[in-house]
Design a protein around this ligand. Sequence first.
Ligand SMILES: [Fe+2]
Ligand SMILES: [Fe+2]
Length: 256
Amino acid sequence: MSILIDLRIAAVGDIHLGEDVRGQYRRKLEGIEDRADVFMLAGDLTRHGTLEEGRVVADELRGLSIPVVAVLGNHDYHSDLQYEIAAELRDAGVIVLDDDGVVIQCGDKKLGVVGGKGFGGGYAGKCASEFGEREIKNFVSHTRYIAEAWKVALKEIVADHRVVLSHYSPIKETLEGEPPEIYPFLGSYLLAEAVDTAGADLILHGHAHKGSEKGMTPGGIRVRNVALPVLGRAYSVYCLNCEDEFHSHDSQRQAG
Ligand SMILES: [Fe+2]
Ligand SMILES: [Fe+2]
């Protein structure tokens, strides 16, 4: 009896590369094409969002033999060079999502990926709302705009499976370990609400370095915090048709 294992997704976030570690992360990706069908990066690829750091990331990811999909994180926006960094990544063959979606052919399956950086605001009952000062309204409406874009993209995509790739977290369960005071800056329930409405098989996010790996949206969609410090390894592999996840590359385990 053969066991069907399809669509293996290697994922990581918060690799925070810089010139001083050039070449090191690439070595950890050796053999990734044997373990996964696609590689997804959940933002914070650089430390301060400089073009030099962006070019290091692009070089580390260039020429991998499986599709690579990425979103940027807040660190990648820090120097206001997010579009230039995205262009460097795209030149290296990386699909960079910016509140839109893509369909990737993986063998005989079509994998739809929707996402972007996401944004904050907090979680139901303890969140910012569109009330009062213009600045607060802008903050919350930015997240609402992103959530709506993801919902539309998810509904439009025609694929066998759909994955959402974000930097900010859609739920608070995968933030466990972080101080509750900063939860509103780590994600928003609006993101989960949008994905629950449109439907998806899996949500991947980063940003919460001290958070927890596993959670679920109120609608029952699996959520995984793939921030590198949470995984403690170069990446983990998630199987869409399996309950269990592969934790490949244990040999590459890292501290903290
Ligand atoms: Fe980070
Ligand atoms: Fe971040």
